[in-house]
Write a protein that binds this ligand. Structure first.
Ligand SMILES: C[S@@+](CC[C@H](N)C(=O)[O-])C[C@H]1O[C@@H](n2cnc3c(N)ncnc32)[C@H](O)[C@@H]1O
Length: 220
């Protein structure tokens, strides 16, 4: 169901320089209608020393997968990245609204479009510098499609930043295990230490992982 745009409430996320990214969330709709904690942790990581306080996003080509409200992509765009914010078709109006409401703070560019994992491919960039993903290790049925989209969109120079909240209930531990088994088939995986993350917006149960494509061994 598309998020109705007449039942909105706002979440403000402050940058370190006090500029504010304002995100509209919908009272009604699927899980992507609100900003999740992993999205806040990942957004604030984008302006740490690992990214020169945000400066290194300038001109970077970024695709956000399962963006929901689009907050992480908009944070990157506010630091000068060119971002395609993607999700299922029903989220496009909410993402477009959030782009519009943050136009004044976007120093790069932001565009919302549909990208259903395992089906669509964003062909807008020849080469993607960063794929950003917050709290998408969540759905049994779309785990393999998500991994296939990440793999398909990445080249040897792409960095994937994947942030997720570790959950111990239901089938979530198995999903997490399976996701990393699949990812490790094609990617090297490293964990961003807590001390590299934002000192206020981090949590023991929210992890940020970095994936880069494995070098294919030369057998000749
Ligand atoms: C838990 S929400 C996280 C939203 C946002 N990234 C955040 O952290 O605030 C997971 C998102 O994944 C999206 N999603 C689920 N299955 C998908 C699929 N097959 N293709 C594309 N997006 C999907 C949902 O629509 C939702 O926006």
């Amino acid at each position: 169901m598309a998020a109705p745009l007449d039942k909105l409430f706002t979440r403000e996320l402050e940058r370190n320089d006090d500029e504010i990214v304002k995100i509209s969330q919908s009272e009604i709709g699927d899980v992507g209608c609100v900003v999740w904690d992993a999205a806040i942790v990942l957004s604030k990581y984008l302006e740490t020393r690992d990214f020169e306080g945000g400066k290194s996003w300038m001109g970077k080509k970024v695709v956000e997968l399962g963006a929901g409200t689009g907050v992480v992509g908009l944070f990157a765009a506010s630091y000068g990245a060119d971002v395609i914010i993607t999700d299922l078709p029903e989220f496009v109006p909410l993402m477009e609204l959030n782009i519009k409401e943050n136009t004044h703070i976007i120093s790069g560019s932001a565009e919302a479009c549909t990208l259903t994992w395992g089906q669509d491919k964003s062909t807008k960039f020849d080469h993607i510098d960063f794929i950003i993903i917050a709290d998408c290790i969540y759905y049994e049925e779309s785990l393999e499609p998500l991994v296939s989209t990440i793999t398909e969109l990445s080249d040897m120079e792409t960095t994937v930043l994947c942030c997720y909240e570790q959950r111990d209930t239901g089938n979530k531990p198995e999903l997490e295990k399976k996701f990393f088994q699949l990812i490790r088939e094609s990617f090297d995986v490293s964990k961003i230490p807590q001390e590299n993350q934002d000192p206020h917006f981090r949590s023991e149960d929210i992890h940020i992982l970095k994936f880069t494509k494995k070098q294919i061994a030369d057998t000749t």
